[in-house]
Design a protein around this ligand. Structure first.
Ligand code: BG6
Length: 465
């Protein structure tokens, strides 16, 4: 593993930095002999972006490692850089001959998000990247796809026969996807000012969840089969016309408040954030999918920083019983809750924390009277498997080394997700951002009041995780 940068570091200093990282973030207690053998393979080299031979030392170090460590010309390049450094670096690595794959070897590159700022910049980045790498070499990482619970969505859907017949507009009223975080912008104010909730979470993590929940079954699990099905679903997502962006979305920004009883600052007080920033830290969107499976069954998406708790979950709300034999003979008004306590069935897929799945259904409360209450049937990862899941990055880095791109976003997936999000961004820009002139939700709450009104308008409500 060769660390390359513009700063002056010795191998020893680099190893000390790496050790600190592993001790702080590693899952397991670090054993001295394991560290020693790993650290022996760590090197640091300095490169010079401006010199013609600025990557010569990197090249020679890699070739030496090929002989000493048996890497045999195989390389995985990981850009741990700001987004604007990716292309200049890729081009120079290419010019230095470090991106070409000799027969029988691989050179792969991992690119982090943000992958562009909108559809046009993502397309341009894809085009430019293809001057240095072919598509098979490019691994666009979205760490959500490496989460065990996200991979399990595929297993849940395609390894069980009983849910598929229900998985459509006939039985599902709507789907909610929530990515709520307790944390604020955590010292990334400058980045977040550029990004906002839509670019930071919706364009990548949430759109991936939409694709997995909505896609058709691939005929096998080869990377391209899975990615083809995801792209097909994303293409069926109805674009929100910029003029409709305000009625199909809600934006919010947090003010100071309390999380777990502790006071926390408002977004505009965070480091790196403009005191009059209009950047959204919360967004809710209604998504329609134009295909036979989902027509008329909306997906509601929401994400926010500084919410009461960390919770990523997908809630599938099934349609109500068509007729309740328990409620007497009074016909029910559309959307009204029957007096007999029958609620719609829910299937709740908890991505994190408390990883697991809950099915909510009505049961008779014991006693003489016929009263009904919703109860839970629970599956918990922790108790079912009694083992800690690997970190998403562990899984994805290994997949990249093995050459399995299934859990990485292909060029067209990223562009389709941007197509949808860019229209919303255009709409927000074209219509003055009147809704977040001032922060509209207090830290520690479930977002602006408008987000609740947004659901109530459709006769629905957000599930409280
Ligand atoms: C990142 C976002 O992609 O995902 C962060 O940039 C966010 O803003 C993080 O906090 C959430 O990831 P996780 O795995 O902690 O839910």
């Amino acid at each position: 593993m060769v660390g390359a940068g513009r700063g002056d570091l010795t191998d020893e200093e680099f190893r000390a930095d790496m050790r600190e990282g592993v001790e702080k973030y590693g899952r397991m207690h670090l054993q001295a002999e394991v560290w020693e053998s790993f650290a022996a393979g760590l090197r640091y080299v300095k490169y010079d972006m401006d010199a013609a031979d600025g990557f010569e030392l990197l090249k020679r170090t890699l070739e030496a490692a090929d002989r000493a460590r048996g890497t045999a010309g195989n390389r995985l390049i990981y850009f741990s850089t700001p987004p604007n450094a990716v292309m200049p670096l890729a081009e120079r690595l290419c010019a230095a001959g470090l991106t070409a794959q000799a027969p029988g070897t691989f050179v792969r590159v991992i690119i982090e998000k943000p992958f562009g700022r909108d559809l046009a910049t993502a397309r341009a980045l894809n085009e430019r990247l293809h001057t240095a790498f072919i598509e098979e070499q490019i691994y666009r990482i979205d760490h959500y796809l490496g989460k065990e619970t996200v991979q399990n969505l595929l297993v849940f859907r395609f390894a069980n026969g009983i849910f598929e017949p229900l998985w459509n507009r006939q039985y599902i009223d709507h789907v909610q996807i929530t990515v709520a975080e307790e944390i604020g912008v955590e010292g990334r104010g400058a980045y977040y000012e550029e990004a906002g909730a839509l670019r930071d979470i919706v364009q990548n993590h949430i759109m991936q969840l939409v694709a997995i929940m909505g896609m058709e079954a691939p005929s096998n699990f080869h990377a391209e089969m899975v990615r083809d099905e995801k792209v097909k679903l994303l293409r069926a997502v109805r674009p929100i016309h910029p003029d409709d962006a305000l009625s199909h979305s809600v934006r919010g920004q947090y003010s100071a408040g309390f999380i777990d009883g502790e006071p926390v600052p408002g977004y505009r007080e965070e480091k790196g954030v403009a005191p009059d920033s209009l950047r959204e830290t919360f967004v809710a969107i209604k998504v329609d999918i134009d295909n036979w499976r989902w027509a008329g069954t909306p997906f509601y998406l929401r994400t926010g920083k500084r919410m009461p708790k960390r919770a990523t979950e997908i809630v599938i709300q099934f349609r109500r019983v068509p007729h309740s034999p328990f409620a007497g003979s009074v016909p029910l008004a559309e959307g009204a809750v029957p007096a007999d306590g029958i609620e719609p069935n829910l299937l709740i897929l908890r991505i994190q924390p408390d990883e697991g799945i809950t099915l909510r259904f009505g049961a008779k409360i014991p006693g003489q009277a016929l009263r009904i209450e919703s109860v839970n049937m629970d599956f918990m990862y922790g108790t079912a498997f009694r083992q800690q899941s690997p970190d998403a990055y562990e899984r994805l880095l290994l997949d990249c080394m093995l050459g399995d791109p299934t859990l990485f976003a292909r060029e067209d997936e990223v562009e389709e997700a941007w197509r949808f999000c860019t229209a919303i961004l255009d709409g927000w820009r074209a219509h003055p951002p009147d809704r977040i002139h001032s922060p509209n939700y207090a830290a520690g709450t479930w977002g602006p009041d408008e987000a609740h009104a947004f659901m109530a308008r459709d006769g629905r409500a957000w599930h409280v995780p």
